[in-house]
Design a protein around this ligand. Sequence first.
Ligand code: DHB
Length: 388
Amino acid sequence: MFRRQILKSIGVAGLALATGISAASAQEVVKVGLILPMTGPSASTGRQIEAGARLWMAQNGTIVAGKKIELIIKDDTGAADQSKRLATELVVNDKVAFLAGFGLTPLALAVGPVASQAKVPAVIMAAGTSTIVASSPYFVRTSFTLPQNTAPMAQWSAANNIKTVVTLVSDYGPGLDSEKAFKAEFEAKGGKVLDTLRAPLMNPEFAAFLQKAKDLKPDALFLFVPSGQGASLMKQVGERELAKAGIKIIGTGDVTDDDQLNGMGDALIGMITSHNYSAAHDSPENKAYVAAFLKANNNMRPNFMSVGGFDGMAAIYKALEKTKGDTDGTKLVEAMKGLAWVSPRGPMSIDATTRDITQNVYVREVKKVDGQLYNVEFATIANVKGSN
Ligand code: DHB
């Protein structure tokens, strides 16, 4: 009542001036609902993405096109029914202008129908199955896809005297995408995939699969597991002594994840992977990113999930700038189409037709640099599309 009287007597602008804040900052809040696995087996994904998103905001401020950006973080614990429930609550109760995050493919897929119905943009910061973005016209991706990240590994293998490969992947969307992309690309270049093994996503026990792979005596074993599982997989690879049996271990960079790599041990030195991000990426943007990230996060090393969060916030800011603060969901998705900028990972863009990410993919080798293990990039495949 009191507030209403004041507003009536002096007007909103007058109140703002009287309280010492500018008229522009007395404005609307634009809410971003970040749905992440903050607990459970994918908690490292949530932790990395939150840190990336917060770093973007710390470096770029919280006012965009005259509006105040507010981040709301919700923990879906890695359960798809929770992701969907939280997305619905964020849209209905909190009236978010953006949904974002989603730590695994099934979690992203569960949010798609909510985004479509509410006409709210949903920025995929982690999930990598190629078909997700096409499942809702409100999806935009700033992470990566497995076909995008895998094909360069198959090309490198075929060009480096590897004739036979066994693949071992997690048995769900991104693993199957990775297996398919590897086989197609490697066999097109004259190689032979001897077997395609699939381990369960939850509580995986790799020993039996690794023994099977060893018995097949391929030149190389290609691996994909999601972020958070690389250390346990590589420990079991070491125990089976595949390297001693002359089998080269290769994979996507999800396996040699920067979040865990340094603890995996020197047995990994020399391992070749392909991926969209390395903390060792040699650019001024990445050097500044890694230094700021380490400082803000008690020396936690940023991984590929963190840049998905950082660049996801970049896409959100850039879209709002383009719409001049208009939060109409359809206009925001339109504004994100075709955005291009230089990320800590290198140049990236949002494809104007597919809304998927186009980015460089790098072939890397695990090396010890200043006493720590890193994925050191040695070849670049430029501007690889996320999906068609
Ligand atoms: C997905 C999750 C990951 O942690 C990863 O490294 C790759 C893909 C996914 O579920 O899409």
